[in-house]
Design a binder for this molecule. Sequence first.
Ligand code: PMP
Length: 309
Amino acid sequence: MTLVPFDDRDGVIWLDGAFAPWREARLHVLSHGLHYGGGVFEGVRVYGGRLFKSAEHALRLHASAQELNFRIPFTAAELDAAARETVRRQGISDGYVRPVAWRGSEQISVSGTGARVHVAIAAWEWPHVFSAASQDQGIRLKTSRWRRPSPDTAPVRAKAASLYNIGTLARDEAEAAGYDDALLLDFRGYVAEATGANLFLVVDGALHTPIADTFLNGITRQTVIALARESGIAVHERRIQPEELARADEVFLTGTAYEVQPVRAVDDRPYGVGRTTTALADAYRRLVRAADPLPSADRVGADAPDGRR
Ligand code: PMP
């Protein structure tokens, strides 16, 4: 597969309220967001030209910014509309949308006060994170030495760029050891999440998932919990010790990009892809591709001039 660098593609990126040619959507090297991690972002999926839960993601971008003490100069509704328009202009059918907000260049100091907040939204075709085989048979996780920090150490509930250093360190280490992703414990030693997805265990037909107090309470996590409860599957949100992984019959991850992703091993412990994971993965797949609950005029891509969806 040829990798096309993300700064060298065709199309447009929404930047601070207007569309810029893709290659010209740049920021200055002296940006607070780059030096001090003053940035938050989102990931939204597009299915058949329609954004899934775009409004929720726009609200979460605002909430994340608030956790970092900065204000995004566009309303959530404006961001939602801009994301839809970006997808339409790019002619995306099955892809991903990346809204990002960061502190600008008005000053370079730890203090963020006075730095203007910028926002960009980019979208690209991206059908799946993992190969078809990994989606069916599951991925392998390696327990990381890196941990999710305490809520009084970092803004753990925000989708904050600075927190992803932990994920990058953990993920690179796991991949170097031949695994697909890392499992992170939290600062107390409880099971937390993967580097870009939340974690569920299936024990005797019920779901067990860690309380989201040191990591993002994923929109997919909440969606899957609702789907499970609707179909009569019990869900227990609780503190989970790493030793309990030995009692799990199935393990899976949830995330916008990962969707419902089976796990076939944690360290050297293998898991099968069981009935519960498969049923929830199917239910999630059906939900994201279900008829758009919005009026058809809002269907992204429905009127794409070149006929692409
Ligand atoms: N945890 C982390 C660290 C993530 O990056 C993501 C992906 N946004 C998630 C959990 C899952 O969140 P969501 O289901 O809202 O995508």
